[in-house]
Write a protein that binds this ligand. Structure first.
Ligand code: CTP
Length: 420
């Protein structure tokens, strides 16, 4: 049975073209057994009629703070009875109003009045999503404990392509479900007093001032681990090549190349209790970087590559006894065999393996599916879920190692199997 069954979900719909996808979100929430109360902004009704939501949801869609005689003060009633407030799509205007406390309509009043968890699913044009005001509002709301399903890269209104497209309804409902499940757990501060170093993103190796060798890693999984670790009381150092935001209490070091990542990690790892190498570090870098842009007219260039230092292996060579070292393996074939080989070769304590060739897994996605291997032959299978839930399972496993490795990790998601 779905975790959403019997939960009261306020579905906020704000005014963007993606409002049509909220209809599918509404239907999926109802199918999962949730009691859905739609709240639409006035602009949203320009895109989809309130009647559509009223027909699909568990109660009529509301659009006004005042015009509902059956419920004289709808915003407090909705806010107080909600188990989850989910806003899809969430416009830049709603983000701004919520961040600043400007409660001017029913949806923003519900957001400010509720004590329930809030999950925002932004959708807007790329230029708006990347505007410093929006970036700051998202960071502020994240630091206040608001949850996000980040927009995806894809086709936008008007034929443009870029970051800002509303996540798929399936992803949004999966995230809502995972959030409700995770919040059912007792709050844990099991990394209080511990220092956790996390790396995130794909490195970029410059060829000339314009071009680089890179990979598809977005940094979302590493950032989710940093967020989860901070929420569990750890002092978190995040070394990232991604421009994603991080909670205010996370120490962030931005890097670009494998060499910069190595220097930043080595300077911050000695006293770390847990080091999690979620970054996709380049294995090769150009032997030299052209000072000027390589011109097409000079013909097809031949670029000599030299190997980079394997940061995880270097950490494994000098591991302090108390330190738990976690590596990742992005594979497209022989997932478990390759991951087991890396676990051993790099002297890691845990290896998080994901098959990036599968749908919805690994690079650029909001979801992931992994197997966590440990040195004692244990395998924890984490089925397809949002990256924050994967982060939780990885930290649960790291905690298990720290506590001596003999106890079963307190994972909530994974099914454990021990190899014999
Ligand atoms: N890694 C690292 N430094 C590198 C390359 C990889 O620290 N120069 C780390 C990654 O952060 C990850 C782990 O090693 O935690 C495995 O990375 P992956 O790219 O999957 O494996 P590689 O060792 O690079 O091997 P291959 O490319 O052959 O799969």
């Amino acid at each position: 049975m779905s975790e959403l069954a019997g939960r009261r979900v306020v579905l906020g719909v704000s005014g963007g073209i993606a409002a049509y996808k909220a209809v599918e979100v509404c239907r999926r929430l109802v199918d999962a057994g949730a009691h859905v109360a739609p709240v639409m902004t006035e602009s949203a009704t320009n895109f989809v009629g309130a009647t559509t939501f009223s027909a699909l949801a568990s109660e009529p869609a509301r659009t006004s703070l005042f015009a509902d005689s059956a419920t004289p003060i709808p915003h407090t009633q909705l806010a107080q009875t909600a188990d989850l407030v989910l806003v899809a799509p969430c416009t830049a205007k709603v983000l701004s109003a919520y961040a600043s406390g400007y409660s001017h309509d029913l949806l923003t009043n519900v957001l400010i009045a509720t004590r329930a968890p809030v999950l925002l699913c932004p959708a807007m044009h790329t230029e708006m999503w990347e505007h410093p005001a929006v970036v700051d509002n998202v960071a502020l709301l994240r630091s206040r404990g608001v949850f996000f399903v980040d927009p995806e890269v894809g086709h936008l209104a008007g034929g443009d392509v870029g970051a800002g497209r509303l996540a798929d309804p399936e992803t949004i409902v999966a995230a809502a479900e995972a959030l409700v499940r995770s919040l059912d757990r007792d709050p844990v501060s099991d990394f209080e007093g511990k220092t956790i170093l996390v790396t995130a993103g794909g490195t970029r190796e410059p060829i000339d001032p314009v071009r680089f060798l890179g990979n598809r890693s977005s940094g979302k999984q590493g950032h989710a681990i940093a967020e989860e670790a901070a929420a569990r009381g750890a002092k978190v150092r995040l070394v990232t090549s991604s421009d994603l935001t991080a909670p205010a209490d996370v120490e962030v070091t931005r890097v670009e190349t494998a060499a910069e990542m190595r220097a930043a990690v080595m300077a911050r790892s000695a006293d770390a209790d847990v080091v999690i190498m979620a970054a996709a570090v380049a294995d090769f870098t150009p032997a030299s970087v052209s000072e000027d842009k390589i011109k097409k007219s000079d013909g097809v260039p031949s670029i000599d590559l030299v190997p980079t230092v394997d940061i995880l292996a270097a950490l494994g060579d000098n591991k302090a006894p108390q330190q738990v070292l976690v590596g990742f393996a992005a594979e497209t074939t022989d997932l478990l065999a390759n991951a087991a080989e890396k676990l051993k070769a790099k002297n890691a304590d845990l290896l998080v393996a994901n098959n990036v060739a599968e749908d919805g897994v690994g690079f650029e996605h909001d979801t992931n599916e992994v197997v966590i291997l440990s040195t004692d032959g244990r395998e924890i299978h984490v089925p397809l879920t949002d990256k924050r839930s994967v982060a939780r399972a990885v930290l649960d496993a790291a905690k298990g190692c720290q506590d001596g490795g003999t106890d079963k990790p307190a994972n909530v998601l994974g099914a454990e199997r021990r190899n014999t």
